[in-house]
Write a new protein. Sequence first.
Length: 245
Amino acid sequence: MSVLSRIGASIGIGNLSVGIKTSARICIGETLQGTVSITGGKVPQTAQALWVGIRLAWETTDEDGNTQSHHTVLLKRPYDFAATVAPGQSQQINFGFVVPASLELARTDHWHEVFAEVDIVSGVDVTGTSFVRVYPARPVGELVQAVVDSLGWGLGGIDLKHSPRGALRAIFVPPEALTARFDRLVLDIAHSGSGWQLGAMVDLKEGLWRALTKQDEHRAELKADSVESAIQQLGAFVTQWATPA
């Protein structure tokens, strides 16, 4: 084993690799479970700790057009892992933790990642990530997921700043088939023991007239006694404006 190989591993070249398998989506308050896979690199390396958590990620672009990645760690849990990993050797560590109510939801143009960080003795720590969509706590999160699954609109983010009192504002982006017609769907979602109250707004693409007058923002107030009923009404509301008059 060459000295150059050892030096390279100490600065991250030929280091071990970390992968994560976990759920693609989770509601706040639920248990996120998964597996971390640690595979040896070019030389034996000793791991002294493993951390698994969730972070909020986003990107910015500078004046030269270069993209920078950023993240903020929201949750970080320690797991027992202290071992020497030989080249090509693979080890699996299962993890699981409850996503706390205090976890920050992703705003527009932000997303969540599950990360696993391995502390390497006398070397560069190694991190693996996996995208995860974090939804609000149930029952609101259940309806948000139903909009994605049943209507095909993607969750663009949560607007906590402009959420009405007692409700949560979710921003959805249209499916590909509707991008020529819609900019977004905004839902103000409130739930009580008697059912759902929804404030729905579709933002249509109508050029300069729309930009100046906002007359192509169409709104509706909906009430439903189940997720299925809410989705049915939302589908009818979107369909109403899917075709230009």
